[in-house]
Design a protein around this ligand. Structure first.
Ligand code: 8GT
Length: 133
């Protein structure tokens, strides 16, 4: 089975966390995820994250802290997610790929319909920021 390695950014601003909704034309349409993408050959996870965030939403971030990598088996492929807690350095967000954005308090993240692989990432973030899930 194909195994992909994907970085994702848990972006915090003013006590809220950014989630992005996949658009109808993408795989896993309308699921929520943390912005990011596949690590290219020769690229570090941090380099990948900065590239993907610029490509997907024209933003720059400060990478503050990494959370444990998390592997999930979808039916057709396996994915390892490399999550990073980030601060937002850019004022404006321009969506190039996603359908929508949501800024939520950490305690409300579970209200969204997440891509399955993200559920353990949401949980480890809630533990890291001291919010009960
Ligand atoms: N960026 C991101 N991708 C995630 C998350 N969770 C998750 O399952 N994924 C999956 O990881 C893959 C990331 O691929 P990508 O962002 O580089 O490219 P893509 O959406 O064009 O994917 P595609 O190859 O399915 O077209 C997608 O299949 C996506 O559904 C997440 O939190 N962030």
């Amino acid at each position: 089975m194909k195994h992909i390695h994907v970085t994702c950014a848990i972006i915090e601003r003013d006590g809220l966390v950014l989630a992005a909704q996949r658009s109808e034309g993408m795989s896993m349409p309308l699921k929520w995820e943390f912005p990011g993408g596949k690590i290219d050959p020769g690229e570090s996870p941090e380099e990948c994250l900065r590239r993907e965030l610029l490509e997907e939403m024209s933003i720059q971030v400060g990478i503050e802290e990494s959370l444990p990598a998390s592997t999930h088996n979808y039916q057709k492929f396996a994915i390892t997610l490399y999550p990073f807690i980030c601060s937002l350095k850019t004022e404006e967000i321009v969506l190039h790929e996603h359908a929508a954005l949501a800024w939520l308090p950490a305690g409300e993240l579970h209200c969204l319909d997440w891509a399955e692989a993200d559920l353990p990432v949401v949980d480890s973030y809630l533990v890291a920021c001291g919010v009960q899930s």
